[in-house]
Design a protein around this ligand. Structure first.
Ligand code: CO
Length: 329
């Protein structure tokens, strides 16, 4: 079955020393310590060890063949967002990453589809960079679940949402800068507890802040099956019902009305959870996403869906049709 993996990360093999260039900050650097391995360095700290499949298109293509993946949607690694940097530097980093992905896509357009990154610390610059990317063949943009702790419904992002809508850009919301991270570093809790919560925060902010009302044609996909939003939806709806004075102050619509209006990826690690997510949003709004090539991602992208007790029709929707609709291809 034709398979589009909508959630994969890629990074250039070599990254300029932005910290020295700009004179501040811990911009990510790569230290290649083995021919096929590199450390992502954040200042003097080792952030993560990555392998060749993180930067080398050829390696990715042979693994895609092994895994039965036909196309990958590629976007940067969230630690590269650099929303904390000065706007002009955020723009420079974004352009560097976007030009690299554009090259990879144009070399293998049948294999790769690009999502850009934009400097959301400055909406005007973000809009301009998104416009530039959409002109050179990008299908959309990946953004963080919050921007320097601002929720995505803040008015300062309105022009960004308006641009995504008018350019028909697919938006992937990826958890980043996880809430409470500084209080729970042990046990990988930012990844295990923070990430699902971040996505629920993003979905709730967009719903309660009325963003989906103001920009009804937005095409937003939330990573990791929508994080903890769907598993805790009944609680969220109950809160909306029992304390509208706290919850429904900017948008009176029941959060349930938004089910089926956004996409979530399929990376939920469990068949029962996958079925539950499908029951809530519909198979056509669940799209194959693996978080390749990271260990917390799906080891064999597409395996969860392909081995699930689902109809062929549903599998087809998840593995390719929903992605085509989201990406506008
Ligand atoms: Co990811």
């Amino acid at each position: 079955m034709f398979t589009i993996d909508t959630h994969t990360h890629i990074i250039p093999k070599h990254i300029p020393d932005f910290s020295s260039k700009f004179g501040y900050g811990e911009f990510i650097q790569l230290q290649h310590h083995e021919p096929t391995k590199a450390w992502m360095m954040q200042g003097n700290k080792r952030f993560r060890e990555i392998e060749q499949n993180c930067w080398d298109a050829g390696t990715r293509i042979s693994q895609m063949a092994e895994h039965g993946v036909d196309q990958q949607v590629i976007c940067t690694i969230p630690v590269m967002f650099s929303y904390w940097a000065k706007p002009e530097h955020g723009l420079e980093v974004s352009k560097f990453l976007n030009d690299d992905i554009a090259q990879t896509v144009s070399a293998q357009p049948d294999k790769f589809i690009g999502l850009a990154t934009v400097p959301l610390q400055d909406t005007n610059l973000a809009v301009k960079e998104l416009e530039r990317c959409m002109k050179i063949g990008y299908r959309g943009v990946q953004i963080g679940s919050n921007v320097n702790n601002l929720n995505l419904n803040e008015v300062q992002f309105d022009d960004f949402w308006a641009t995504c809508e008018s350019l028909n850009a697919a938006v992937l919301v990826h958890p980043w800068q996880m809430m409470g991270q500084e209080h729970m570093n042990k046990y990988w809790l930012p990844w295990l507890v923070g990430m699902p919560a971040e996505i629920s925060r993003a979905i709730c902010s967009l719903i309660f802040g009325g963003v989906f009302e103001r920009y009804p044609k937005l095409k937003v996909c939330f990573a990791h099956g929508g994080g903890s939003f769907l598993p805790t939806l009944a609680r969220i709806v109950h809160g909306w019902e029992c304390r509208p004075d706290l919850v429904a102050i900017d948008n009176v619509k029941n959060p349930k009305e938004y089910l089926g209006k956004f996409w979530v990826d399929s990376h939920v690690c469990d068949h029962k959870m996958l079925q539950y997510v499908i029951d809530l949003v519909g198979a056509n709004k669940v799209i194959q996403g693996s978080d390749y090539p990271f260990p917390l991602g799906e080891a064999i992208p597409g395996e969860l869906v392909k081995s699930a007790p689902l109809s062929n029709e549903d599998k087809k929707a998840i593995l390719s049709e929903g992605a085509r609709e989201w990406l506008g291809i």
